[in-house]
Design a binder for this molecule. Structure first.
Ligand code: CIR
Length: 342
């Protein structure tokens, strides 16, 4: 394929724009994965959105190896890894106490991982028929889970567009996604073959066919992050007996967005810190020292309301799941200690 003109908008600060030279593009542009995914398809989102921070998605597991000359620098730069990536995970159950037993600070704890089935194209490139097949395979596996993970599925396929916001509020649907995902092809045929599985106690959830085939989520309204993690580790272990997840020996679990590979895990708490809120520099330093990411109350790029921050792990690749939870627990304890002291 020969494309003339700039590959990305001039104002783009995307990592893909930084590393994808014209010569590299020309060399890789003719390649096609077994599912038919190409580099021009991978960079569509970055081309259409001048404010992309990454600007590239994988259409399948093979994308990470066939186009590794562009994925590798994006991955090492985003995940701040020096040298070659050598990821090794560890999902051992942990034994740590509640981080906030009196419930003075932590509102809720949440852990999520992203997974894709190895045998199918990822959401940016999947066909309608394969998406349906993925939904069925995942549901068949979920049906085998024992209590307390047993639950029910809320298919979104038959929802009318006007019903979706209400279902989202009730936790039975997820929104169609953002313009980055739309440009990447992730929202094609929405809401067909999408849905949310929830356990009866609502502490375990699986989003099917959103940005990845599976987003597996555990949460509860307490500071017991380790209990939440252990529940997720148990569910993942069981699902892994029935489903083959896309993974790479050095990169860990593979997902549509290169920011979400490795452990593909984001663990965190919603925590009320009114005193630290007034000391943003102190809070930033604590976050930096403990590898924490601070987000607004409703997630990325949102405002902080009621002094409630979303605090989670920054590192996801090149560090084990167990280590992430241990470091995060340590960091959150340090924040609570400082808040009490102020
Ligand atoms: C970007 O390039 O800015 C978007 N594709 C989003 C990157 C962050 N990844 C994500 O939310 N999964």
């Amino acid at each position: 394929m020969h494309v003339t003109g700039p590959l990305f908008p001039e104002a783009s600060c995307a990592l893909a724009a930084r590393f994808l030279t014209r010569a590299l593009f020309d060399r890789l542009a003719m390649r096609k994965t077994a599912t038919g995914f190409t580099l021009p398809l991978a960079i569509q989102s970055g081309q259409k959105n001048h404010d992309s921070s990454i600007g590239i998605y994988a259409g399948d597991a093979e994308s990470y190896t066939l186009f590794r000359e562009i994925f590798d620098p994006v991955i090492t730069s985003y995940h701040q890894i020096t040298g070659p990536v050598r990821h090794t995970g560890e999902l051992a159950l942990l034994d740590t106490a509640d981080l906030d037993p009196d419930g003075d600070f932590i509102v809720s704890s949440r852990v999520r991982v992203a997974r894709n089935l190895a045998a199918h194209a990822f959401p940016p490139h999947i066909s309608r028929q394969d998406r349906q097949c993925v939904e069925k395979q995942i549901l068949d596996a979920l049906k085998l889970l024992p209590d307390p993970l047993k639950g029910c599925y809320h298919p979104m396929g038959e929802l009318e567009p006007e019903q979706i916001p209400r279902e989202c509020l009730a936790g039975r649907a997820f929104p169609p996604g953002d313009r980055f995902q739309e440009a990447a092809g992730i929202i094609r045929d929405f809401p067909l073959s999408r849905g949310i599985y929830t356990s009866e106690d609502k502490k375990f959830m699986v989003w099917i066919n959103e940005e990845d085939h599976l987003r597996i989520i555990c949460m509860e309204r307490s500071g017991h992050l380790v209990r939440v993690f252990n529940r997720l580790a148990t569910a993942l272990e069981m699902l892994g007996q029935y489903l083959v997840f896309a993974a790479h020996p050095d990169l860990g679990y593979l997902n549509a967005c290169p920011t979400n590979i490795g452990t593909a895990m984001r663990a965190g708490v919603h925590i009320r810190l009114p005193k630290l809120e007034k000391q943003p520099e102190m809070m930033k330093k604590l976050a930096r020292d403990h590898g924490l990411q601070i987000r607004g109350t409703a997630g990325e790029k949102t405002q902080v309301t009621g002094s409630v921050f979303d605090i989670s792990n920054f590192r996801r690749l090149g560090v084990s799941e167990t280590r992430i939870i241990q470091d995060l627990s340590f960091g959150i304890a340090a924040l609570i200690k400082k808040e009490k002291k102020l």
